[in-house]
Design a protein around this ligand. Structure first.
Ligand SMILES: Cc1cc2nc3c(=O)[nH]c(=O)nc-3n(C[C@H](O)[C@H](O)[C@H](O)COP(=O)(O)OP(=O)(O)OC[C@H]3O[C@@H](n4cnc5c(N)ncnc54)[C@H](O)[C@@H]3O)c2cc1C
Length: 373
């Protein structure tokens, strides 16, 4: 022991060797946009950003005649003295409107559904624009629409699409009825992402590495959509059509998530293996366990996240009481079944086989903790 912390040789920034990157890549061939979830591209795009900053120092920008941001990437590409090392980090130009009502947002979308994009928290959309994976002509900011906000408790629970991950994490009434929201929200990224990102944006985005899709499927939620033809509700299980593809029609807005009040005999658990950089799920499982009867006879509804294109939100299995009792007695066999049915992606971080293994261990742990509670 020494007298003071200062006596320890704590390394400082200047002790860290400098890093020179010779090669940069966003190495995911596994989805159509070339990355495993655009939110995550916010973090795996860090090397390109680093390279981009190096290539585009302030002198380069100041040397240009035009100061318009939209021209900056093109100017830098044309800079003969510098090598272009990454995709542009400046979005193409767009118009911006702040909608104050749902009707206004739907009306604006209707004018040019393909050329317009809604923006909620922006944590997925803005990186998409910066990488020019999308170049909408119009951004419709929906954050001022009151109807999309808040958590309400009546016969059913209604969660507005604009409810942030942080609000879901902080809601004590929600936690007391459905602690799975607290479990899942607390594992999303970091406070900055949680403070801005919304459940509606996450569901509409349908990233297979996101957390909310599995949760709403496990809870048998209904998603309320509003469009030019009026309103409709879609079961969460039918909402997720494919990787980053949902049942939202062009011109529709996701308004709210509606949840049945849970049967007291049903318990839910969310577990996740986080990607160490972004916090996104390498594997996430939402498990619903319903027990009834005196002697362990019961039924098991099991939902699990699958990491593949074609995700339809989760797979449900209902078994006879006898079969379910057998599964409840044997958590290992239930987890094995989940793993076998899971359709997983391989990417640079984890192979499909490894993900299947993680599905088995996480379902097993979730069931063990639920049955012990
Ligand atoms: C570094 C980082 C780490 C992250 N980690 C995680 C994580 O661990 N787990 C996780 O689940 N997520 C994670 N995310 C994603 C984050 O939760 C995003 O906030 C979320 O995916 C999108 O929500 P948003 O409100 O920001 O949507 P936006 O970016 O504003 O929009 C996303 C898409 O949804 C559409 N949209 C938005 N709202 C609506 C609506 N009401 N109706 C119809 N369409 C709509 C937009 O047009 C856009 O296409 C991470 C993001 C980042 C940047």
């Amino acid at each position: 022991m020494t007298g003071s912390l200062l006596d320890y040789a704590v390394p400082r920034a200047e002790h860290v060797p400098s890093i020179r990157s010779l090669f940069q890549q966003t190495p995911s061939p596994t989805n159509p946009i070339g990355v495993k979830g655009i939110g995550e591209s916010g973090s795996i795009a860090a090397p390109p950003l680093h390279g981009s900053r190096r290539a585009r120092c302030a002198v380069t920008v100041r040397d240009q005649a035009s100061g318009h941001a939209d021209d900056a990437a093109a100017r830098l590409v044309g800079d003969s003295k510098r090598t272009r090392r990454s995709k542009p980090m400046i979005p193409a130009s767009f118009d911006y409107v702040r909608a104050t009502s749902l009707a206004q947002a739907v009306g604006l979308l209707q004018k040019d559904a393909d050329g317009s994009k809604l923006v909620a928290g922006g944590h997925t959309l803005i990186p998409t624009l910066k990488l020019r994976l999308a170049s909408p002509a119009l951004l419709i900011d929906i954050r001022g629409i009151d109807e999309l906000k808040g958590i309400e408790f009546a016969d059913r629970i209604r969660i507005g699409a604009l409810t942030t991950h942080a609000e879901l994490l902080a809601s004590e009434p929600l936690r007391s009825v459905l602690p799975i929201f607290h479990q899942a929200a607390g594992q999303i990224a970091d406070p900055q992402v949680r403070n801005r990102g919304t459940i509606g944006g996450s569901l509409a985005n349908a990233d297979p590495a996101a957390d909310w899709p599995a949760v709403v499927v496990a809870l048998k939620a209904e998603l309320e959509l509003a469009g030019p033809e009026g309103r409709r509700r879609v079961a969460a299980e039918d909402f997720f059509v494919d990787i980053m593809t949902t049942a939202l029609e062009p011109g529709e807005v996701l308004v709210a998530v509606h949840l049945p009040r849970p049967d007291p005999a049903t318990q839910f658990r969310y577990r996740k293996i986080r990607h160490p950089a972004s916090g996104y799920a390498v594997v996430g499982v939402a498990v619903a366990l319903r027990l009834h009867g005196q002697c362990g006879g019961g039924s098991l509804d099991r939902h699990h996240r699958r990491h593949r294109p074609g995700l339809r939100g989760g797979r449900r299995e209902r078994a006879s009481d006898r079969q379910a009792a057998h599964r409840l007695e044997n958590i290992a066999s239930a987890a094995q079944l989940a793993s076998e049915q899971a359709e997983c992606l391989s990417d640079h971080y984890a192979s499909a086989d490894y993900r299947k293994h993680l599905v088995r261990t996480e379902v097993s742990r979730a069931l063990a903790s639920l049955s012990a509670a």
